[in-house]
Design a protein around this ligand. Structure first.
Ligand SMILES: *Cc1c(COP(=O)(O)O)cnc(C)c1O
Length: 378
């Protein structure tokens, strides 16, 4: 029954390229998710998700939700703010802006610390905002701004949050299970991810990982959403072992396989592979004279935001289509004002995929008449 599925090299920031074993893990006999046989796969999965960030499952818990990664942003923001407290968001990219949009949608009070999108945020500005707002309940920052590739100083900002009596939430969706994370050393009370990113599985399952004591304390916080409430979902898991509402059955089987492959590869080896992929991406960038929007020192090493060359023949859509037809997907950037496209080192890829990609990319440039090395006016 198992036919070969065409392998595409996805250089977009997730969903990422998956292994065949993860794809086929979804093909299982139909099962009612209320059967014990199904429910019993979720408890070990929750503990494994905590272990990926080196948490002790007695102190940290993973709560699963059916949805894309944004559901976790929604859940943590709306569920973890006590009555009378304010949120503080470090806004320096498209994903932290999304957090501001969520808080606005819930009419929740928040302090927005706006910072440049292309460089590391200023810790003094964040500290001043905390001093000026003693009623901040939690500090929220994106771990890795996937739109630009910027890596944020999680450990330092987590420490600041704790110094001022707030807890610390980070959207680690595009770092989790790629960049090694240790919730204790990195001062993380809550982080999150989605199965289509670091564990290289399918979209539709997302998880919040965080401190049990805070989740339990949040029982008394205002309930601002019925479907997207952290405590309600946690409590249902703790008492029944199941998701409150219908889980994404096949997606969970794929995630289980993705987690198994994660531990088989190992944290350090996997991160080394992603770095190898990024090194190959950067080699091609340098060879073709392409320029990036961010300095390499401030980047995560998982996403390169490449500036559009200033060549009148450059046409992102045409280059995209040429590459896509040959099995390589590139993706537009998400930086306001700047024309960029992204090359990402997520997924089940290795160096040779990138070498093959650059050959095709170079052919695409030749086909549309962009000369190499490419040129920029500034
Ligand atoms: C991918 C991603 C998400 C989730 O986006 P969805 O489109 O909802 O899956 C959230 N935060 C970050 C930083 C991401 O990279």
């Amino acid at each position: 029954m198992q036919e070969n599925v065409k392998r595409n090299v996805l250089l977009n920031p997730g969903p990422s390229t998956t292994t065949d074993s993860v794809k086929y893990a979804q093909v299982v006999p139909d099962i009612c998710p209320r059967e014990k046989k199904f429910a019993s796969i979720m408890a070990p999965m929750r503990d494994d998700l905590v272990r990926i960030v080196h948490g002790d499952p007695k102190e940290y818990t993973a709560v699963l939700f059916c949805g894309s990664g944004t559901i976790c942003i929604d859940v943590v923001l709306n569920s973890l703010l006590a009555e009378g407290k304010k949120a503080l968001v470090v806004n320096n990219g498209s994903y932290s802006k999304r957090a501001c949009d969520v808080l606005t949608a819930y009419h929740m009070p928040f302090v927005e610390v706006k910072q440049p999108v292309d460089t590391t945020p200023d810790l003094d500005v964040i500290e001043t905002a905390l001093k000026d707002n003693p009623d901040v309940g939690y500090v929220y920052m994106t771990f890795h701004e996937t739109g630009s590739g910027l890596l944020n100083p999680v450990r330092e900002v987590g420490a600041l949050a704790h110094k001022y009596g707030a807890f610390f939430i980070t959207d680690s969706t595009s770092a989790y299970a790629m960049i090694p994370i240790n919730v204790y050393e990195d001062n993380i009370d809550f982080c999150m991810a989605s199965a289509q990113k670091g564990i290289q599985a399918m979209t539709g399952l997302s998880y919040v990982i965080g401190r049990r004591d805070i989740v339990e304390a949040s029982k008394d916080f205002p309930v601002r959403s019925y479907y997207c409430n952290l405590y309600l979902q946690y409590e249902y898991f703790e008492t029944t072992g199941e998701m409150h509402f219908t889980p994404p059955v096949q997606t969970i089987y794929a995630a289980r396989q993705g987690i198994k492959e994660y531990f088989e590869e190992g944290e350090a080896a996997k991160w080394a592979r992603h770095q190898r992929v990024m090194a190959a991406i950067r080699q091609g960038i340098d060879r073709l004279g392409l320029k990036e929007a961010l300095k390499r020192e401030v980047q995560s090493g998982l996403v390169a935001a490449v500036r559009y060359p200033d060549d009148p023949a450059w046409d992102f859509e045409k280059v995209h289509d040429y590459c896509y037809e040959r099995g390589f997907t590139i993706y537009p950037g998400k930086m306001q004002g700047a024309g960029t496209f992204r090359l990402c080192a997520l997924g089940a890829l290795d160096e040779e995929d990138i070498v093959a990609f650059w050959e095709v990319f170079e052919q695409a440039l030749a086909a549309i008449g962009v000369s190499t090395p490419v040129t920029y006016t500034e």
